[in-house]
Design a protein around this ligand. Structure first.
Ligand code: PLP
Length: 447
């Protein structure tokens, strides 16, 4: 070993401070739901590296596939050669959704895949404008910053951003201006019978005042809002949006970067409402941690994308493709999508019990293993004033007890809980115990 390898590790200040830090664990390895630091301390990772490690950390099957492929070929560039893992993965992903016929384009990061979806939509429709939902997060490249309205930190200070992007309201029922605010009672299509959020009125107003429908190429939507606060829309929302977009010739892009690959208890979240998007964006859980992303799109749309108009050096990297194939095998053989639904229901029940009587927890919500607690100041304003300070304290208390959690929401007023899909019933119980103790320690009292 060289002298250099024996030197003490450098301090963290060599890393660009632009990385906002959720914690300071110096991790050495991971297994399943756990991260293990250099001192050997085990951390229950209910962040999943922001929704990436659906098969758990370093799943042996995925690790073996990566090692085997790395020994054969590290890079087989898409414009130059075909390779077996790539061909097999394109084929498998083209059959992962009902309907179709589907084709696949692969890239490296979620933002890059969103960019591909937008370029394809503009090219295929010959229309210019894109509609987004307020609170959405789609990435941090120039185009995806322009699509992102989750928090000003993601886009502020970077103007000018690409134009021809218009936003409309997501059905954030808990924050509807006046009661009732119940998104779960089904009503007439497009409305929540028991909610006043009126997203469809906002949609109509957007198309009446900001942009003409016939100039809109696509609307991009997170089926469950991620960074925006883990917001589950009413069950009528997506089917109604599909109907509206189809009637207007607007393409529907489902950004399933965070919701995909079993996270919500279905392979993709659109499947909860049997909605067929025109383009589906995927990343994160696709390859258990290797950088891979892409879009699944209708073949007739893909046919309009002339060769050379999009691409990239690393898209569909052969090692990442091998990791993705092994990931899909593990999801299927270990029935992890069903486990996400079962463990998610267990966790949601547990969170509701823990939250009962704690007025500072305004909302408990989630679907599958995408769960959230929204914190408020119950004695201020209308009782729903966002409370990011309490969120910070609870996350810090959970970390003291070796449970890793993340925040979300425009004000960071939400704790999101993102366990890996391999998590066990015993781990969920352990996490619930820690969350309950952390709430007590952070002064989130009952009564
Ligand atoms: C819904 C959604 N879209 C896009 C992205 C961007 O993905 P990436 O960070 O891989 O660029 C994210 C990342 O969190 C996301 O949650």
């Amino acid at each position: 070993m060289s002298d250099r390898a024996n030197r003490p590790l450098p301090g963290h200040d060599v890393i660009a401070p632009v990385w906002g830090r959720a914690g300071n664990v110096d991790v050495e390895r991971g297994e399943g739901s756990w991260l293990i630091d250099r001192a050997g301390t085990r951390w229950l990772d209910y962040t999943s590296g922001i929704g990436v490690t659906n098969t758990g950390h370093a799943h042996p099957r995925v690790a073996a596939a990566i090692a085997a492929q790395a020994g054969k070929l590290l890079h087989g560039q898409q414009n130059i050669v075909y390779h077996e893992p790539g061909l097999r993965l394109h084929d498998r992903l083209s059959q992962i959704l009902p309907g179709g016929p589907w084709g696949v384009f692969l890239s490296n990061s979620g933002a890059e895949a969103v960019e591909a979806a937008v370029k394809l939509a503009r090219r295929a429709t010959k229309r210019r404008n894109i509609l987004v939902f307020r609170g959405g997060y789609h990435g941090r490249t120039a185009q995806t910053m322009a699509l992102t309205t989750a928090k000003n930190v993601y886009r502020g200070h970077f103007e000018p951003l690409p134009g021809s992007v218009y936003s409309t309201a997501y059905p954030y029922c808990y924050r509807a201006p006046v009661a009732p605010r119940d998104p779960t009672t089904p009503g007439k299509p497009g409305s929540c019978a028991n909610c006043s959020c009126r997203w469809e009125e906002e949609w109509n107003l957007t198309l009446q005042t900001l942009v003409s429908a016939e100039d809109v190429a696509a609307v991009i939507i997170e089926p469950i809002l991620g960074e925006g606060g883990y917001i589950v829309p009413p069950p009528t929302f997506l089917p109604r949006l599909r109907q509206l977009t189809r009637d207007l010739g607007i393409l529907l892009i489902a950004d399933e970067v965070q919701t995909g690959f079993g996270r919500t208890g279905q392979m993709f979240a659109v499947q909860h409402s049997q909605v067929e998007p025109d383009i589906l964006v995927m990343a994160k859980g696709i390859a258990s941690g290797l950088p891979l992303s892409g879009i699944i799109a209708k073949r007739d749309l893909l046919a309009s994308w002339a060769p050379g108009t999009h691409g990239g050096t690393y898209g569909g990297n052969v090692v990442a493709c091998a990791a993705a194939l092994a990931t899909l095998d593990v999801l299927e053989e270990e029935q992890l999508v069903a486990n996400a639904a079962a463990r998610g229901a267990q966790m949601l029940d547990g969170l509701r019990a823990i939250a009962a009587g704690r007025r500072a927890i305004g909302d408990v919500r989630g679907i599958g293993l995408m769960l959230a607690l929204e914190f408020v100041k119950p004695d201020e304003g209308d009782g729903r004033v966002p409370d990011p300070d309490t969120v910070k304290r609870v996350i810090a208390e959970a970390a003291e007890r070796h449970l890793l959690l993340l925040s979300a929401g425009a004000y960071a007023q939400v704790i999101r809980i993102i366990p890996p899909l391999v998590t066990t019933a015993a781990e969920v119980d352990q996490a619930l115990e820690i969350i309950s103790a952390s709430l007590d320690a952070a002064g989130v009292a009952r009564g």
